[in-house]
Ligand binder design. Structure first.
Ligand code: PAF
Length: 321
């Protein structure tokens, strides 16, 4: 077993022991260099352990923590990455404002079965003269690919690097960024990266707002309005399930969102695997995708369109206020 591996295990075990004695378990060890990450993962692999990777940009919330719980079902070792990836932000987006809360993040991870945190610097990820990018076509057409054309190139490139650096067996991503999940899954398959990519369900506040690190940007008024994105989407989804015409329902959703104060980016129904636009929902797996800006904050959400409505997303038959 390597030194880093041994340290990781000792930290984890002493954390577990402390948890039973005191309320403050120690956070998982952090490595910042690819070489140290490789050292640790080589040790895990040598012990025959499966590795799960949970890539994040930090500012961890219950949605991220649920990814870790999901990962724990599939692997003995869990690595969380924390890296605010500059290449997925365009000029004028919120790269500088994006919350960076590493100490808080580590404290949250202390209570979970996380073996290692990989938190590289931008220079470690993108050394001088870095000149390569990964581009996934097709799935990146439309939805967030239209309003954020640089986004998926940046995501695919950094996730490809994380996968080749850590060589995990599995990786888990949230379904809130459903298009991102499909893009990463496609990339992993196309490039034979040997990583099984899992999606984990959206975690919501009690009022339905999908958890997102960017929710921290919402002021009090916007926070009160934000759950309408989900409520109005659920209402639209239910109309579609009840057989109403998709284009008409989407037009209604857009205008209700606008009335509520959102600047709508998109509201679309797409095939849940190919992301091709659907005007008619038949037997194909379909999803409703929405993105809208509230004040300065861009929010996204999506819902499955099932013939049988899921209890968790059931909305009252009347229109939400
Ligand atoms: O979803 C995110 O947090 C990011 O896009 C990801 C996948 C960690 C890549 O930077």
């Amino acid at each position: 077993m390597t030194e880093a591996n041994e340290r990781a295990r000792a930290e984890r075990e002493s954390g577990e022991q402390r948890e039973t004695k005191t309320a403050a378990p120690s956070p998982p060890p952090v490595v910042r260099r690819v070489a140290d990450l490789r050292d640790a993962t080589a040790g895990f692999r040598a012990d025959g352990e499966r590795i799960a990777l949970v890539p994040t940009m930090g500012a961890l919330h219950a949605g991220h923590l649920s990814l870790i719980t999901h990962a724990a079902r599939h692997a003995e070792r869990i690595i969380v990455t924390i890296f605010v990836n500059p290449t997925q932000f365009a000029e004028g987006e919120d790269l500088d404002a994006y919350p960076r809360t590493e100490a808080d993040d580590l404290a949250k991870l202390a209570r979970l079965p996380v073996d290692l945190v990989y938190a590289p610097s931008p220079r470690e990820m993108y050394p001088d003269r870095f000149a390569t990018s990964v581009s996934v076509t097709g799935l990146t057409d439309g939805l967030c690919g239209t309003s954020r054309p640089h986004f998926f190139g940046g995501v695919a490139t950094v996730v490809c690097k994380l996968f080749t650096q850590a060589r995990p067996d599995i990786a888990v991503f949230g379904e809130k960024d459903f298009q991102q999940l499909l893009v990463i899954r496609r990339m992993a398959r196309d490039l034979d990266l040997g990583v099984e990519v899992f999606g984990a369900p959206i975690v919501r506040e009690n009022d339905g707002l999908a958890l997102s690190s960017r929710n921290a940007y919402l002021d009090e008024k916007a926070r009160a309005t934000a759950p309408k994105l989900h409520a109005l989407s659920v209402h639209a989804r239910n109309l579609i399930v009840d057989g109403h015409a998709v284009p008409k329902v989407l037009a209604g959703l857009r205008s209700r969102l606008t009335e509520a104060g959102f600047a709508v980016d998109y509201a679309e129904v797409r095939h849940a695997e190919t992301l091709s636009p659907l005007d008619i929902v038949g037997d194909a797996p379909a999803r409703l995708f929405v993105a809208a800006v509230l004040g300065e904050t861009r929010l996204i959400d999506n819902l499955p369109i099932e013939r049988q409505r899921g209890w968790a997303d059931q909305a009252p038959a009347h229109e939400p206020r």
